[in-house]
Design a binder for this molecule. Sequence first.
Ligand SMILES: [Zn+2]
Length: 214
Amino acid sequence: MATCTASVPNLDTSGDNLYAPRICWQPFIDWAWEAFDFDKGDWDDGFGYDQVCDNTRPLCRTLSGIWCLTYSSPNFPSESYSSNILEWGCRFARNAIDELDARCGSGAFIAYTWWGPIIDNRTELYLTYFYGWGVSMRAGTLIHEARHADGKGHDSGNNDSSWGYNGAWRWEVCWLAWFAAAGTSTSVAMRTQATQRANNIINSNFDTHPGFNV
Ligand SMILES: [Zn+2]
């Protein structure tokens, strides 16, 4: 793809064999394409524009994350902001994120969001996002990046200073925790990965440990 290559981890473990048949549905693809402002030029050249149902490609794997973000609430299609983040997460993310772009990236970077006046607002997703994470963790990353796109950065390097800062790491933990507890149409493996990821974040991405685990 493009100028990068990646090996594809086990498709059952990552959830891609569970979710890919769901995203392989033209009305969903059309909706997600508009809602998150995908562009052909950011997703062709090996990223999957011409192979949208191929769950070894970044586009399919990203759409699976969006499907998980959209349909995991037991109250869907309600997306009320008076409920929890599992219910309104997708609504927030698609409104906050300006556009989603596929890139090779470098090193351990998962994703990066630019926001602010004048500059080109966008969220780039990298190889670690496509191949290092299961489907539920991809959904959690979209919430994280949406928090940035809404204008809230990290306040301590790549960390948040505290739970009370109410930053992207907290939002990601909250979505993952709600998904693990109440997510529907998913698997035990996806819930387990979400719990583990939430705890990893709690233990390493806050300068002051929040004082609990999921
Ligand atoms: Zn971040």
